[in-house]
Design a protein around this ligand. Structure first.
Ligand code: 5AD
Ligand code: SF4
Length: 464
């Protein structure tokens, strides 16, 4: 079920009222009001923040990097690991000293979807003005209006069957943009809090996605990254029979779009049809395929629904279809019950696949997830030792692969100027390269020869 952003009357009325208020502040002070958003976590959160930024600008707020100038500070939080949560609490704590000026503080995102977090915010941080969750962040204008009128709001929905369409966004990059294709997750990996914070899986209609992408391309976007917790299961529950490969086929037809990427995929749903779709003209040959562990025993405890062999088989098929594909993954070390032989299995899988890079994590116990109830005999030091061993092997491989790119030529989509005269973009495989360039290169595909490799980065020159 979808609703149009413009059809939420109460929210639209709040936008008008806040805009009037901010306009009067502007005319008195000649500047502002300013907002600052601090985003923790994944690309989903980054994109939600892009949407909230657009809502705020619609209401006359201006962005500031400087928290001390801001009239409104929003923390868009992440719950995936304990460490992420602690950083947020630290941040909220620090904001107290700024609260004396008329600062409004809002906390939103995944963390506040959990009851124990809401209780802690109410008890320990009573100066927070607005708390709202992942399913209703688009109603930020309503909460902001209340806050300006001196009223606090705490509004968190457990889940929502609705997808909100036509929300504006202010995107970090014009050339390479995020596009949500689905929300939520039904997989319930035993360590993961996401199904509880982002709710059940729901897909956007293909026509809404295509309309958004066409609109972006008209404004100069050349690359899109399709976002979802498990893009491979896109389309389940939609009336029209359309799956992820079919969506890719349709997006591939859009003129002036150069590249399509996506994240994240679940290995259990990586179909032969998707591997076939990877050969489409605009599909970037790069694949993020989180393995989590190389041990079938641990994968079973994680409820991942594939074995080590299933995973390696899919990697083999991907490489057969696209020999130069860039492969990345997520790995968790120290899952409850992990034995040394399980760690060995993860390390040997890393060697066998030869990843181009990986996100690596030490298992973090998340309240309310099944794994939180598993017996965990490993102490902190042992988890760190194991993590360092795994990372040592991974880095060896990643660094060696990176150095082997010296002298190679890649087609790079030029995305941004990072310092005077130095531009940055990605190869089709997703490797970031920096090189001297000019404004005319922005948004263009350029052949770049790698002239210098560092351990984890590449530098090059445009071939003329
Ligand atoms: N502990 C450690 N890592 C986790 N991830 C998800 N939940 C946890 C957890 N409880 C990692 C997984 C996932 C990535 C986004 O975060 O590797 O793929
Ligand atoms: Fe979490 Fe698993 Fe869903 Fe990924 S697929 S969001 S790890 S439950």
């Amino acid at each position: 079920m979808k609703i149009l952003f413009t059809e939420d009357r109460k929210n639209q009325a709040a936008i008008e009222k806040v805009a009037k208020l901010s306009n009067s502040i502007y005319s008195q002070k000649g500047e502002g009001p300013f907002y600052h958003i601090h985003t923790f976590g994944c690309q989903m959160n980054d994109h939600d923040s892009e949407r909230m930024a657009a809502l705020l600008e619609l209401m006359g707020y201006e962005y500031t990097e400087d928290e001390t100038r801001a009239s409104l500070i929003l923390l868009n939080t992440c719950a995936i690991r304990e460490h992420a949560e602690e950083r947020v609490y630290g941040f909220i704590g620090r904001l107290k000293s700024l609260k004396e000026n008329d600062l409004i503080i809002g906390v939103c995102g995944c963390m506040v979807q959990q009851k124990h977090v809401l209780d802690k915010i109410k008890k320990s941080y009573p100066y927070v003005d607005m708390v709202f969750g992942t399913h209703n962040y688009y109603q930020l204008p309503i909460y902001l209006l209340k806050a300006l009128e001196g009223e606090k709001s705490i509004s968190v929905l457990e889940d929502s069957p609705r997808i909100v369409e036509e929300l504006p966004a202010i995107r970090a990059s014009k050339i390479s943009a995020f596009v949500n294709i689905m929300e939520g997750c039904n997989n319930f990996c035993t360590y993961c809090v996401v199904p509880y914070t982002r709710g059940r899986e729901k897909s956007r209609l293909p026509e809404d996605i295509i309309k958004e992408v066409k609109g972006l391309v008209e404004e100069g976007t050349r690359e899109i990254t399709l976002l979802g917790q498990n893009v491979n299961s896109y389309g389940r529950g939609l009336e029209e029979e359309v799956d992820f490969p079919e969506l890719l086929n349709r997006l591939n037809e859009i003129e002036c779009l150069y590249r399509i990427r996506f994240m994240t995929s679940h290995p259990k749903d990586l179909s032969d049809r998707l591997i076939e779709a990877m050969k489409l003209e605009k599909m970037a040959p790069s694949f993020h395929l989180p393995v989590q562990s190389g041990s079938t025993r641990v994968l079973k405890m994680m409820n991942r629904k594939y074995t080590r062999e299933d995973y390696l088989d899919k990697v083999y098929k991907l490489r057969q279809a696209l020999p130069h594909i860039g492969l990345t993954t997520d790995i968790i070390v120290g899952f409850p019950g992990e034995e040394l032989e399980d760690l060995e299995a993860t390390i040997s899988l890393i060697e066998e696949v030869g990843y181009d890079s990986a996100f690596t994590f030490i298992y973090s116990k998340r309240l309310g997830t099944p794994a939180a109830g598993y017996e965990d005999k490993l102490d902190y030091e042992e988890k760190h030792r194991r993590f360092d061993r795994m990372l040592g092997k991974l880095n060896e491989i990643v660094i060696e692969k990176n150095h082997s790119r010296l002298g190679q030529v890649f087609e790079v989509l030029v995305e941004e100027e990072t310092e005077a005269g130095i531009y940055q973009g990605r190869t089709p495989q997703g490797f970031l390269v920096r090189f001297p360039g000019s404004r005319e290169d922005l948004g263009q595909l350029r052949d770049v020869k790698i002239t210098r490799t560092k351990n984890f980065s590449l530098e090059g020159e445009i071939c003329h």
